[in-house]
Design a binder for this molecule. Sequence first.
Ligand SMILES: [Zn+2]
Ligand SMILES: [Zn+2]
Length: 331
Amino acid sequence: MPELRHNLITREWVIIATDRAKRPSDFRNSIDRKAAPSHVDSCPFCPGNESKTPEEFHRVTIDGMWKMRVVANKYPAVDREGTPERSINGTRRFVAGVGLHDVIIESPLHNTTLALMEPEDLVIALGLYKERFIEAYNDPRVEHVIIFKNHGLGAGTTIDHPHAQLIAIPIVPVQHRDRVTTAMQYFDDTGVCLMCDTLKTEINDKSRIVIETEHFLTFIPYAALSPFHTWIFPKRHCASFSGITDEEQADLAFHLKSILSKFYYGLEDPDYNLVIRSSRPKDIGNEFTHWYMSLMPKLSKTAGFELGSGMYINQSLPEENAAFLRDAHSN
Ligand SMILES: [Zn+2]
Ligand SMILES: [Zn+2]
């Protein structure tokens, strides 16, 4: 019989369709990505085309060549200039769309991906994420910052060249506020952080763990919303990504490289989204929220049921997904 599992952190329900569960290997990407060239003349992120990107904020250079660049998005979701004026007129309300929209170009090579990059490159990328995250919150107009990555067409990317994005907006998204409220209520009821408690449960249970090291746990959530939906939790309680230490950053780079390699080799390079979920740096000391990274391979489609209910149907078993990934090749 299918199980309806409750995700305590997101408050979402998911139907784990055990009866028609597919085997993990059935989720392999069927699209044969042609080997792309390492340089594409028309790509704005490839070396030689630096003038095609707007303002550059940061550049990591090694041996006279740039390795990573942080630039403004040419087609930003929000405008870098202006003030977040609010307008309230009856039930019509809006805020001027000001904020920041950065692109973090992660390699000079067009055809690589985090899964294939060196672990030390991922340390550099995570360092840039952290630096821009902190800087974005220094802008007084910014209320919330999201760092994310869209890998592949199915995950919403328009440019194949490896890159991540940061969007800083002048309001707090309802979803974030709702999850903070849930975490706060759990803390009030139990005296414990919900994510710290989740870590304890997962470490005791073991069946959904993919990678465990001193500082991080990579696992499939008990109520994973979709096949191979993966969380990377820092073991040390910390509300904001801004608090990650250098040692933790190196350990996180190892987890990220390993899990993305497992996706790459085990699931044949699926499209995926990566998101960092975090509170603001100034809330770093709060006892009830706990930053983490979420990875969602795009292996199933959401449809009418999901739209109509806000629930999900996962046609795979989180425990089987974890076992499959534990065995999958990574390097
Ligand atoms: Zn390129
Ligand atoms: Zn915690």
